[in-house]
Ligand binder design. Structure first.
Ligand SMILES: *Cc1c(COP(=O)(O)O)cnc(C)c1O
Length: 456
């Protein structure tokens, strides 16, 4: 049977997943447990539920259930902006002159402009169900803060966002979108927390970092009655919620009996990649089918390709649980000229374990090559991609061009995580020919990794 494949493959509402897929339950080598930062012992449910909502703490620790029901309220919300289309990039293929077949799963069809809403709505739902007053969080580029603001306003929850100072100043419109949804936004580091005041004293004039905004948000949550902290990436629970991306992708491909050879995603903390690859990786782990799976990270923040696999703190203030992951060290600050997002020092523990076990590859790409790919893509496919997403585009183009040389008709699927309308300063730099690449030296990475906590 060979049916004509449409430009966009949509699922019917009735075909949308009703359960998330918990990849960890199928992993033979489980990721190492989270550690309590004070005792350095595996963290318990009781300890974790002091920081996170109870249901989310349960999901964080669940490595036995392969499937977890998506509550009906969340399914309803998903239906407002999902299913997300799986697009066959016919125009791009033609432009490249490649025999490869390229598909992308587009997650930018909501106001937050990214996949982050998939987890934000779940986290807000569980917070509401627990009777909380509100949540705190951090945001870097602003997509997570926007997604969470949207989710909290839907469930009438207070939302307090610590926004990395440099983004707060460079992306005033992001801030206003969040405020429109009723969130309060504070530039980080700030005077509103002990850890913020301490960081300001040690590094006056600092532009802030994700790690330090996380510390402030956690401190605020644990010191305010009726509040919990929520995080938009890295955690197991976030990968679980993002499995909706992969499950929809797989269902859409199955409808037309398409089997990808290569699955590609960008990796910051690993949530979209972990979600996109989950059903494919599941088949691979169970020995049912093989796929080439590629994580793409920026050359300026190369946690998988050049980091160390070790226990590390998830935040600069060292208040969060420790996680075993590929890391550049919690004090690592990517060069200030890095515009392309994905600047977190570590990586999801699940993806780290899969990478350590050789089940996936990682590549790093330089930002001028990333923006070049973004521009090529925008000009033929119509969508102005987020710089983060453009990392995946870069490698998809590279693989498609390899097929052009070899004549192979590989099927490539990549995650197009979002749109880049709030990143026009970065595009401006690229268009003006002023974008430069900065790759940290071995010495810089070694110096940062030398400060890793000494565990095991
Ligand atoms: C946050 C974000 C990413 C990176 O986060 P992951 O957790 O690694 O998925 C990628 N693309 C977009 C558009 C984002 O907003």
């Amino acid at each position: 049977m060979s049916r004509e494949i449409p430009y966009k493959i949509y699922l019917e509402e009735s075909e949308m997943p009703k359960q998330w897929y918990n990849l960890r339950a199928d992993m033979k080598n489980k990721p190492a447990p989270l550690l309590n930062p004070e005792t350095l012992q595996p963290i318990t449910f009781e300890e974790l539920s002091g920081i996170f909502c109870e249901e989310l703490a349960k999901q964080e620790l669940n490595e036995t259930d392969t499937h977890i029901d998506i509550p009906e309220e969340i399914q309803k919300f998903y239906k407002m902006y999902r299913p997300a289309p799986l697009v066959r990039a016919y125009c791009l293929e033609e432009k490249l002159g490649t025999p490869a077949k390229i598909y992308y799963k587009f997650e930018g069809n909501n106001t937050s402009g990214s996949h982050k809403l998939n987890s934000a709505i779940a986290q807000a739902y569980y917070a509401k169900k627990q009777g909380l007053k509100g949540v705190t969080t951090e945001t870097g580029a602003g997509q997570w803060g926007t997604a969470l603001s949207m989710a909290c306003s839907y469930f009438d929850l207070d939302c307090q966002v610590y926004m990395v100072k440099v983004s707060y100043e460079q992306k005033p419109f992001r801030r206003e979108v969040m405020r429109t949804y009723g969130a309060s936004v504070t530039p980080s580091p700030s005077e509103t927390t002990k850890v913020g005041r301490q960081i300001l004293e040690e590094h006056p004039g600092t532009n802030g970092s994700l790690g330090c905004a996380i510390s402030e948000a956690v401190e605020k949550a644990v010191s305010t009655e009726g509040y919990r902290y929520v995080l938009g990436s890295v955690l197991n629970q976030v990968l679980l919620h993002q499995s909706i991306i992969g499950m929809e992708t797989k269902a859409a491909l199955d409808k037309y009996e398409i089997v990808p050879d290569i699955v590609i995603g960008c990796a910051g903390g690993g949530s979209n990649l972990g979600g996109l690859i989950s059903p494919f990786m599941g088949e691979k782990i169970r020995g049912e089918r093989d796929y080439q799976i590629i994580a793409v990270e920026p050359a300026s923040c190369p946690s998988m390709t050049r980091g160390t696999y070790a226990y590390d703190y998830c935040d600069t203030g060292r208040v969060c649980p420790l996680q075993k992951m590929y890391t550049l060290g919690s004090g690592f600050m990517p060069s200030p000229n890095h515009a392309g997002g994905l600047r977190y020092h570590g990586m999801s523990s699940t993806l780290s374990q899969l990478y350590a076990d050789g089940l996936m590859e990682a590549r790093s790409v330089e930002q001028s090559a990333v923006f070049d790919a973004a521009t090529q893509f925008a000009r033929v496919e119509g969508i102005l991609p987020a710089p983060e997403s453009a990392h995946a585009i870069r490698v998809a183009l590279d693989e498609a061009l390899k097929c052009k040389e070899t004549g192979e008709e590989k099927t490539i699927v990549f995650g197009l995580t979002g749109t880049g309308y709030f990143d026009m300063f970065a595009y401006e730099k690229f268009n003006d020919g002023k974008m430069t690449d900065y790759i940290p030296t071995d010495e810089e990475i070694a110096a940062s990794c030398a400060k890793l906590p000494k565990i095991n």
